[in-house]
Design a protein around this ligand. Sequence first.
Ligand SMILES: Cc1ncc(COP(=O)(O)O)c(C=O)c1O
Length: 421
Amino acid sequence: MSKKSLSKFSRRSFMKSGLVGAVSTILPGDYIEGNTEELYPVITPTGTDDTDWQKVRSQFILERGVTYMNNASLGMPPAVVINAVKKGYEAISSEPLHGKHDLQEQIAKKVMPGLANMFGTQTDEIVLTRNASEALHMQATGLILKPGDEVIITTQEHPAGLGPWMYRQERDGIKVKQIFIPSPLTSESDVVERFSKAITPKTKALSFCHVTRGGHLYPVKQLAAMARKRGLLTLVDGAQAVGQFPIDIHELGCDAYAVSLHKWILAPAGTGFLYIRRDARDRIKSVFAADTTLESPRIEPPGTKDFPIRAAILAALNFANKLGQENIEKRCRFLSDYLKDGLEKIQGVTLLSGASLSLSAPGSTIFEKDGLDAMEAVPLIENKIKTHIDEHQRDGHNAIRVSTHFYNNTGEIDSLLSALS
Ligand SMILES: Cc1ncc(COP(=O)(O)O)c(C=O)c1O
């Protein structure tokens, strides 16, 4: 990664704060145990530096001395979210009937419109799921296809994205065409061209990640526009995308979009949603009900729900809205740019994250280091400096993934860099 690829706002704020290379003293210890309300009211940060985000950091209950840089696996919810879950369970335990009713009302009247508003959809175009995997399964198995029809996917899918298509190949006789996409991505047009070239008269849909596990950012808007022109549907895996940067699903132009809310949005574990474009309802149908209509598509999984968990999504949305999606993106860029800058200086390190902002998401950074096995490095780093990172042994790499979120800081990154060197 060249210096040019570092975002300008990060560079400016580095200089302003003089934080380059400095060890930050910010710790999560400001948090008072037992106080699951905010210690400080959540204040919208005005900059990207650690000092601007120090009070935000104090909203998390992470054990002192531990560093969490594996947000791409599972987000670390702030205290307000934990408190909301606790209150929800108290509500259905102390007065089950009213408790359940109140939580259902909160989900219908606040969570669903809140999600629709945040992600640019109509409220009736989304249904809650337990995670992205469930949503990915619902969108792939709900797509109307006949034997011999083709769906194009990539070599960079998560097993949760690949699995449902393999299921359909096996059960329904469709053909799944997996195209190779290089890591790092070379350009947006290269990705679009690879899909475009693979389309045949039998192709009915394209399915791919918005952001891959390695943090590669796909040109969803261009892919959806190209597919639409050719009469094809686009079904997107947004598990790694939502919460890292502002997303308007209508503007992306895709037909289905599967989401994890327990990663970058920091909602409780076991939350996600599925979006299906209103005018794709005749081609992506419910996998749970037969008597559906365009007005009543009945996409949602039936049965009793985890109401306290779902109602607590509201606390995560309010938290993210208060911070601001643009501010979160800038802060995430600031931290990953700082990390990339430091990695570049370590001998034997090869950065594998895309070299421009349009090709790499703000939060996840992948790299290899000569002589370092990723599988062995992860527990080593955990033991040595109590820092959680992840391996990325895929797409031909023996890489390490560091996924930083706004609550991390430059001091933690410095410790990781020093352990790596
Ligand atoms: C790209 C991608 N898709 C799907 C998933 C599955 O998400 P979930 O655990 O919410 O089902 C993940 C999880 O890491 C992922 O990285």
